[in-house]
Design a protein around this ligand. Structure first.
Ligand code: NZQ
Ligand code: ZN
Length: 393
C-alpha cells in the first residue's frame, strides 16, 4: 500500500429538501455576498434557482447571479465570472448544477482571491494556488464528483486544450445533495453521469498496486452503480436509484476508491482530448475510449482484469484470458445498453477521423511530447496513437 493523505473535508448534506438549508450553510462558511454560478438554464426551468435566491433573501444574504456555463466549461467564461464577482465584492461562490457549473465556480473562487493572476497558469502548473474563496455547491447531476473533489476541469477555447487542476483549494466547503433535483435529467445525461462515476473508480482500480480494502470498496461501488444505473437511465424519478448514484458519484471521486494505490487515469486523459477537440460530453468520451484502452493494456497484468470480471461482472467460466476479455466486453456492452458510444463511429460528435487527426489527438494528449500517461501501463505518444486508431472504427 502506498502512503496517502486522505482529506475529504466537504460537509455533505444529503436527502430530500436539503437545498432549503442553503442559507444556514452559506452563513456557516462565512458567506455574506454570494456569487451564484449556474449553467444553461436547467436550474431556472426547474425553479431551483428561484427557491435558492428566495431563501437567501429571507436570510438577508446578498447575492449576484452568473449563468450561462456550458458543458466542458471554458476558461474564457470563468474569467468573465471573475470580473463580475470582483465587481460585486463576492466573498463566497455558490455553484448550482453539475461539474461544469461547479468547476467554473472553483475557477472563479481562485480568480477572485488572486485578482492579479492569469488563472490558466494554475491549470498549466506554472503557478500553485495558495489561497481561494470558499465554494459551496448544490448538485443537480450525479457525474463528475466535483461537489467533493479536489479537481476542476476547464477548457481553453483559444487553444482547444482541456486541463484539470488538482489542489486542496478545490475542495468545496459543503455539498447539498438532494436526489430529487436530478429527476429532470434527460436519460442521456443520466447515462453520461453513470459512465463518469464508473470511470472515476475504474481509473483508480486499474493501477499497478493491490490493496484489498480499497479494491473491495471499488468493486462494491461499481456493482452498485451498474445496477442502479440501469434503473436510473430508464426512470430518472426512481428515488432509490438516483440516491445510490448520487452518493456513489461523490465517493467515486473524493479519493476513497483509490486510497493506497497509484491512480492510472489514462482513459480520462484520452477522453479529455476528445472533448477538447469535438465538444463531446465527458462521460460519453470516456465510454468511447475505455474498451479499446482496456484491450490494449490488459496483458500488462491480466490478473487484475480477471479479478474485475469475477467480482464486478460475476464471470467465472473460461481461461484467465477469456475471463479478462469477457469482463472488458461486459463493460462495453453495459455502456451500449445505457446508450453510450463505444467507438468513434457511434459518437455523433466525432465520426471516423483521418490519420492526421488521430496523430494530432495523440500529440495533444502528450502535452506536445512533454508527458506519458497512465500507471497501470505507462503510455507514450505512439501507444496513445495506437489506441486512438483502435477507437476509430
Ligand atoms: O447547463 P444546464 O442547463 O444546467 O444543463 C446541464 C448540462 O446541459 C444538464 N443538467 C444538469 N443538471 C440537470 C440538467 N438538466 C436537467 N435537469 C438537471 N437536474 O446536464 C448537462 C451536463 O451538465 P454538466 O455540468 O456539464 O455535467 P457533468 O456533471 O457531467 O460535468 C461535466 C464536466 O465536469 C468535468 C468534465 O470534464 C466536464 O467538463 N469533470 C470534472 C471533474 C472534477 N471537477 O472533479 C472530474 C471529472 O472527471 C470531469 O472531468
Ligand atoms: Zn470524469
Amino acid at each position: 500500500m502506498n502512503h496517502f493523505t486522505y482529506w475529504s473535508p466537504t460537509e455533505v448534506v444529503f436527502g430530500k429538501n436539503t437545498e432549503c438549508e442553503i442559507a444556514k450553510y452559506v452563513k456557516k462558511y462565512g458567506g455574506s455576498k454570494v456569487f451564484i454560478v449556474y449553467g444553461g438554464g436547467s436550474v431556472v426551468r426547474s425553479g431551483l434557482l428561484k427557491r435558492v435566491t428566495d431563501m437567501l433573501d429571507a436570510a438577508g444574504i446578498s447575492y449576484a447571479e452568473f449563468g450561462g456555463v456550458q458543458p466542458n466549461p471554458s476558461l474564457e467564461h470563468a474569467k468573465e465570472g471573475i470580473a463580475q464577482a470582483i465587481k460585486f465584492g463576492a466573498d463566497f461562490i455558490l455553484g448550482i448544477g453539475g461539474g461544469s457549473a461547479i468547476d467554473t465556480a472553483k475557477g472563479i473562487a481562485h480568480g477572485v482571491a488572486n485578482p492579479d493572476v492569469d488563472i490558466w497558469k494554475y491549470w498549466t502548473n506554472e503557478l500553485r494556488v495558495e489561497k481561494s474563496l470558499p465554494v459551496g455547491t448544490i448538485l443537480t447531476i450525479s457525474a463528475a464528483g466535483s461537489e467533493t473533489s479536489s479537481s476542476s476541469v476547464l477548457t481553453n477555447k483559444a487553444t482547444g486544450s482541456k486541463r484539470g487542476l488538482d489542489t486542496r483549494y478545490n475542495r468545496p466547503k459543503f455539498a447539498i445533495m438532494n436526489p430529487e433535483l436530478t429527476y429532470t435529467l434527460p436519460a442521456y445525461q443520466v447515462a453520461c453521469g453513470v459512465t463518469d462515476i464508473m470511470m472515476h473508480t475504474l481509473d483508480r482500480y486499474f493501477n499497478p498496486l493491490e490493496n484489498e480494502l480499497t479494491d473491495a470498496i471499488a468493486e462494491a461501488l461499481l456493482r452498485t452503480v451498474v445496477a442502479s444505473g440501469t434503473v436510473a437511465v430508464r426512470d430518472s424519478h426512481n428515488y432509490d436509484a438516483m440516491s445510490e448514484i448520487m452518493w456513489a458519484g461523490s465517493l467515486s471521486h473524493n479519493g476513497l476508491t483509490g486510497l493506497g494505490g497509484a491512480g492510472d487515469f489514462a482513459p480520462h486523459q484520452l477522453g479529455h482530448e476528445l472533448s477538447g477537440m469535438f465538444d463531446i460530453a465527458h462521460g460519453a468520451s470516456l465510454a468511447t475510449v475505455w474498451g479499446h484502452w482496456a484491450r490494449y493494456v490488459y496483458k500488462t497484468k491480466e490478473s487484475r482484469f480477471v479479478r474485475y470480471a469475477k467480482n464486478v461482472w460475476h464471470i467465472t467460466e473460461g481461461t484467465d484470458e477469456e475471463i479478462a476479455l469477457a469482463g472488458i466486453q461486459a463493460t462495453v456492452d453495459y455502456f451500449k445498453s445505457i446508450g453510450m458510444p463505444t467507438c468513434f463511429s457511434e459518437a455523433e460528435e466525432i465520426g471516423i477521423q483521418s490519420d492526421d487527426v488521430l496523430k494530432d489527438l495523440a500529440y495533444r494528449c502528450t502535452f506536445e511530447g512533454a508527458r506519458a500517461i497512465g500507471s497501470f501501463r505507462v503510455l507514450d505518444g505512439d501507444d496513445i496513437y495506437q489506441i486512438y486508431k483502435m477507437v476509430n472504427v
